[in-house]
Write a protein that binds this ligand. Structure first.
Ligand code: SAM
Length: 288
């Protein structure tokens, strides 16, 4: 067995199982058909595994990030929702997003002229383009520019440059921990144009409600408008997932923008309804 397979997979009755060990009191396991790719990069352990229920999966440090079966839900929600709010997004920054799924969705908008993808780990991008085409697509759009750098450093050096910033980060551990800090949100605010807006994934309202609340509060302190929306992504713990938008000006969605965008999850009804929050989430955000 290769090194990473040994580290993260166990064998039960001759089958490989991946068990996520991120939490003290919760284990999620996937039966694995095949090991497609594994490499220890300078930042993390990168694997592409083929699973029975979720098809091919990108796994970073033993945690599932996206899959060929449900990756479109997350990637469409983190891209089309902010784009449907901005009336004329020309320059988009994606921080993280090495699976290329968010960039693939943003490319569906003709008015976008430039998409900068700032991903810390080139190994993730190469692995997903080669082994996870269901998520990454044939991403060869000339508007996409990859920068392999820490998103925190990149954003800190930008002022008044972007219309939309999408923070497609992994969980707040390892290299992505900094992408949940207040100073990072301050850099994003500075990097946005005077009418720009940002979105980040703000974790599970059930299992990480403190992170969700913290992201929301930090963004609310900085931006004129803040709004949370949710979607169900089966491979994330609890399924139910939150996203937070911080906007300097616009906050109303224009659902018709998503028409004919060849999406699998997002449509006009989803764009209109995704901001409806369950009462326990509202209570949490209001500190009740
Ligand atoms: N959709 C996934 C989720 O919610 O779990 C996350 C997608 S995954 C592609 C996130 C990416 O963020 C990873 O490829 C990781 O390498 C990248 N990343 C982590 N920390 C980063 C940082 N400081 N700067 C830029 N990219 C970072």
């Amino acid at each position: 067995m290769e090194q990473l397979v040994q580290k993260y997979l166990s064998t039960v009755n001759g089958d490989y199982w991946l068990t996520e060990n991120e939490y003290d009191n919760l284990r999620i396991s996937y039966r694995i058909k095949d090991i497609i790719f594994e490499q220890r990069s300078a930042f993390q352990d990168v694997m592409i595994l083929d699973s029975y229920n979720f098809g091919r999966m990108l796994v970073l440090d033993g945690i599932v990030q996206t899959t060929s079966v449900d990756g479109y839900i997350y990637n469409e929600m983190i891209s089309h929702v902010p784009i449907s709010i901005h009336p004329n997004p020309k320059k988009v920054l994606i921080i993280g997003g090495g699976d290329c799924g968010a960039a693939k969705e943003v490319c569906k908008y003709e008015e976008v002229e430039q998409i900068d993808v700032v991903e810390i780990d080139e190994v993730v991008v190469k692995a997903c383009i080669e082994h996870l085409p269901e998520v990454s697509g044939n991403l060869n759009d000339p508007r996409v520019r990859f920068v392999f750098e820490d998103g925190v450093v990149f954003a800190a050096n930008k002022t008044d440059e972007y219309d939309v910033i999408i923070v497609d980060s992994s969980d707040p551990i390892g290299p992505a921990k900094v992408l949940f800090e207040k100073s990072f949100y301050e850099s994003l605010h500075k990097a946005l144009k005077p009418d720009g807006l940002m979105v980040c994934q703000s974790q599970s309202p059930i299992f990480h409600s403190d992170v969700m609340k913290q992201s929301y509060s930090r963004i609310k302190e900085l931006f004129k408008e803040v709004k949370m929306y949710t979607a169900v992504v089966p491979t994330y713990p609890g399924g139910f997932w939150s996203f937070t938008i911080g906007s300097k000006q616009y906050i109303n969605v224009n659902p018709s923008k998503v028409k004919n965008k060849q999406t699998q999850y997002v449509n006009e009804q989803i764009i209109e309804s995704c901001f409806g929050l369950p009462q326990f989430v509202v209570n949490k955000l209001e500190g009740k």
